[in-house]
Ligand binder design. Structure first.
Ligand code: ATP
Ligand code: FE2
Length: 331
């Protein structure tokens, strides 16, 4: 089956096409365009306007890149939530228009579940992981238990990516700030004591953010602050991930989301996995980001397992939680 997926939960708009082969996912194309505001944060409506301006070209380019014709597409999937309302509505509208034009079924998917399934779908040995999903808006530790993907731990305030971006904005680094903070952190020499807040299996970053900004205003070296932010936040993320692994007795850990590009985070989680004799997986860079291929793959899994969605049911849900999805395709 050939499934086309449209992803538009936040500042990226993506169109990907996948084909299933012996239970695994083959990515035929996966195009992403990202809205970057001139200054400041993302304004949802401006991001949605950007998506609307690019979606038609992305769809046709994606079909071309996959060496297909429109008539080859069997299913149109889209990100139903969670995310920013105007962005979600733009992606969903495009999906409806395409499904109706091609006279093909439509499938709305949960964005966070898609991040987990694409790891399982594209990495052979990855079968039942605990996912550490670290993006701009989201920070969650997710694993399968009793018919659902459950959130074992999550941020109580901002996502880790937003935390890095907010700090970056304060100190004058251009968005997205994560990669530049990573570069600076490599030159850090001194660890500055930052608040480390874990409550149960949940994490909070806003106290750390305030403290880091305070260090900056006091004239501490930016490299040292970046180093300390990474060491502290990543240690907390690794700790809650390890707790979820122990609790669920799972021996695989998977990274997802834009912050999964960070080599120091990968290193820390990998060390933790090795110490537990568990396997550590990261999908390819593009499949970690918000992308259409992961939406296409999850849509396929749902469709193949008998789930159907009418156009009337294809409404978006800004607060679509991971554990609202009945994961019937895992048996
Ligand atoms: P979602 O809707 O899933 O929350 P998003 O659009 O907010 O997605 P992504 O596109 O998954 O987020 O990731 C973007 C975030 O990743 C930004 O906050 C960016 O700073 C961060 N990031 C990217 N590369 C790195 C890196 N090397 N180290 C740390 N953070 C990074
Ligand atoms: Fe995401």
């Amino acid at each position: 089956m050939i499934s086309l997926g449209i992803e538009g939960t936040a500042h990226s708009i993506g169109v990907g096409i996948i084909q299933d082969f012996k239970g695994k996912c083959h990515v035929l194309s996966n195009l992403i365009k990202t809205y970057t505001p001139e200054k400041g944060g993302i304004h949802p409506r401006e991001a949605a306007n950007y998506h609307a301006a690019h979606i038609a070209d992305l769809i046709s380019d994606s079909v071309k890149k996959a060496n297909l014709n429109f008539s080859d597409i069997d299913l149109v999937s889209f990100s139903q939530g969670p995310g920013l309302g105007p962005c979600l509505r733009t992606a969903a509208t495009a999906a409806r228009a395409l499904a109706l034009t091609l006279d093909k079924p439509i499938m709305g998917t949960n964005h966070c579940v898609a991040h987990l399934e694409i790891g399982k779908g594209t990495i052979d040995e990855c079968t039942d992981p605990v996912l550490l999903y670290v993006s701009g808006a989201n920070t969650q530790v997710i694993a399968f238990a009793e018919g659902k993907y459950r959130v074992f731990g999550e941020t109580l305030d901002v996502g880790i990516g937003n935390c890095l971006d907010k700090f970056g904005r304060t100190v004058g680094i251009k968005f997205p700030c994560g990669p530049k903070i990573e570069e600076m952190a490599k030159k850090g020499e001194r660890y500055l004591n930052l608040p480390y807040s874990i409550k149960g299996m949940d994490i909070a970053f806003s106290g750390l953010l305030t403290a880091a900004e305070h260090f900056f205003h006091k004239g501490n070296k930016l490299e040292d602050i970046c180093f300390s932010i990474q060491e502290t936040t990543f240690a907390a993320l690794t700790e809650v991930t390890e707790r979820a692994m122990a609790h669920t007795e799972k021996n695989e850990v998977l990274l997802g989301g834009g912050v999964a590009s960070n080599t120091r985070l990968r290193e820390m989680v990998n060390i933790m996995a090795q110490e537990r004799e568990a396997s550590f997986f990261v999908p390819s860079q593009r499949l970690c980001l918000d992308n259409g291929a992961m939406i296409a793959w999850l849509g396929f899994l749902m469709y193949e397992n008998g789930i159907r969605m009418s156009i009337e049911e294809s409404v978006i849900n800004q607060r679509f939680r991971t554990d609202m999805v009945d994961v019937t395709w895992r048996g």
